[in-house]
Design a protein around this ligand. Sequence first.
Ligand SMILES: NC(=O)c1ccc[n+]([C@@H]2O[C@H](COP(=O)([O-])OP(=O)(O)OC[C@H]3O[C@@H](n4cnc5c(N)ncnc54)[C@H](O)[C@@H]3O)[C@@H](O)[C@H]2O)c1
Length: 255
Amino acid sequence: MSQLEGRVAIVTGGANGIGRSIAALAAGQGAAVAILDLDREAGMREQSVLVDAGFTALFRQTDVTDARCVQEAVALVTEELGPVDILVNNAGRNVYAEPVAMTEAEWDNVFDVDLKAAFLFAKYTLPSMIDLGRGAIVNIASLHARLTCAGMYPYAAAKSGLVGLTRSLALEVAPHGIRVNAVSPGYIRTALVDEYFAQNPDREAEQKALGVQPLERIGTPEEVAAVVCFLASDAASYVTGADWAVDGGLGARFA
Ligand SMILES: NC(=O)c1ccc[n+]([C@@H]2O[C@H](COP(=O)([O-])OP(=O)(O)OC[C@H]3O[C@@H](n4cnc5c(N)ncnc54)[C@H](O)[C@@H]3O)[C@@H](O)[C@H]2O)c1
């Protein structure tokens, strides 16, 4: 499959978990891929894996919350790989704050990673997409944008904001031939979900989570990557402003 042939894709948080699968699938579908992540060791490893497999890929250590760092990373990618026409805002963090004890600094960090970063990357990649007259942005939100659970305050607020940003940006850039969509995963087996189970005071949390899955299992990063790469491709040419659930049906469940 080469549905992303000739495209230049940025995947934030592409060194691990869902982002790593997105980067690998996009490269396999023909895109030149830039992995931008804080995790230098994992990022360098992923770059080697992709380059050794014959794909075009680079890693740049990047803090997605730092506007200057983002601007420099986008400039480097443009110089090395060409103008960016696919942006996947995937870097994210969980949060388990207590609403009274949470500090303003903690609040700001959550919103910087889970929401502001998507604005920063859009701000610095849109000029090249507008010049090209095409582009696709995919924001990795969460089922928490629509439904949530106690103990993850205020993750749902940041992810709901990201879905709102998706709609708003989609309308702003549609006249330039640029599409903007969100993907909202449910439970996906990564370090983030392992951390969620590990910090949960309920020792049965993992079993209970499994017990409510309509498909009777937790999803894989590859299953999210498949939807992201579809949305980034011309196969989704009439899809914009949408939020695609990849949650095994959990968001459809009432009882
Ligand atoms: N795993 C799930 O069940 C699940 C469910 C819903 C949504 N999500 C979302 O999917 C996305 C990916 O999650 P994951 O499960 O793969 O997590 P992960 O922890 O495995 O990977 C996240 C990556 O983001 C990077 N990152 C974090 N903060 C960063 C920063 N400031 N600058 C640059 N990179 C940074 C990390 O280094 C890591 O490589 C996140 O946005 C998350 O909220 C995950």
